[in-house]
Structures are given as C-alpha cells and as structure tokens.
Design a protein around this ligand. Structure first.
Ligand code: ATP
Length: 138
C-alpha cells in the first residue's frame, strides 16, 4: 500500500518523522482521515486523539493539543502544542492538572485566563481519556 511522509512536531520536540499509511486527526468538524495523495490543504487540529497507521493494521494513538496539519505534495506536517503516547502519560499529573484547572475555572479571572484554563482542562481530560482507553485495552 501507498504511504505518505509524516512529521509530527510538538512545541518541545519532533514527536514523529517517517512514513505513514493512514492518519486520523481530530478537527473542529469531527475526525478527518488522511490517506496518501490527499489534496494539498491546511486543517485545524483540536485537542483530541490522533491515530496513525504506520504498519498495516497497527494503529498508534496520540493525545494531541491544538495546532494544524499542512498537506503538501504527499507530505503531512502536524504542528501541535503537545503530543503524548498513551504510555508517556502521567495519569497523576493529568488528574492534578484537571483539578487545578477546575478550581481556577471557579474563580473570577480575566477572559484571557479563563480561555487559558479551559484549554489546560481540555488537554488534561484528553490525557485521562487516552490513558483510560489504554487501561481497558490491556
Ligand atoms: P498545564 O496544562 O496545567 O499548563 P503543563 O504546563 O504542565 O500543565 P502542558 O503545557 O499541556 O502542561 O504541556 C507541557 C509539556 O508537558 C508537554 O511536553 C506535554 O507533552 C507534557 N505533559 C503535560 N502533561 C503531561 C502528562 N500528564 N503526562 C505526560 N506528559 C505531559
């Protein structure tokens, strides 16, 4: 089967660079699937779970933060603020992030702080969701 070049860049690291057969990303209107030779475009990415098929039938899940995907000439670049594999997720830290964000959401703060906290809460809940999925798959 055909593949495409994939590079996943998070703010602190190059998370993945290599070939990919199929990539599913969380976009504002729902999941978007990217196969080889997809038309060139830019797609926004929401906090959620991306799935990539590197070897046939082998899917890897990634907790991603917001960003965008750029598709140019059968090469896909994902630029996201955070990216974690299920096994890299520190569940206790995510639980603390969630509780901290929930507490901050209860306080009267600026609208800017509110959106910042809301984004942090979404990332924490997404990490917990992926870590939980992993637990159930064991
Ligand atoms: P907050 O969401 O409260 O601002 P933070 O600043 O620690 O917490 P992020 O800004 O979302 O978290 O991420 C910073 C870095 O830490 C990124 O590299 C992200 O992948 C990593 N990271 C954050 N939380 C976790 C976690 N629970 N488990 C593993 N890695 C994490």
């Amino acid at each position: 089967m055909d593949t495409f070049g994939l590079k996943i860049i998070a703010s602190d690291k190059v998370f993945y660079e290599g070939r990919c057969r199929n990539l599913i990303i969380p976009a504002p209107d729902g999941e978007v699937g990217l196969l080889p030779h997809h038309e060139n475009m830019v797609i926004a990415i929401e906090v959620g779970i991306a799935r990539m098929e590197v070897e046939a039938g082998e899917w890897n899940e990634i907790a991603v933060g917001t960003g965008f995907a750029e598709i140019v000439n059968n090469r896909v670049t994902l630029l996201v603020d955070t990216a974690e594999r299920p096994e890299d997720i520190d569940v206790r830290r995510a639980q603390e992030q969630k509780e901290r964000a929930e507490e901050q959401m209860r306080q009267k703060r600026s609208i800017q702080q509110y959106y910042h906290t809301q984004a942090s809460l979404a990332r924490a809940m997404n990490r917990l969701r992926l870590a939980q999925d992993k637990k159930w798959n064991l």
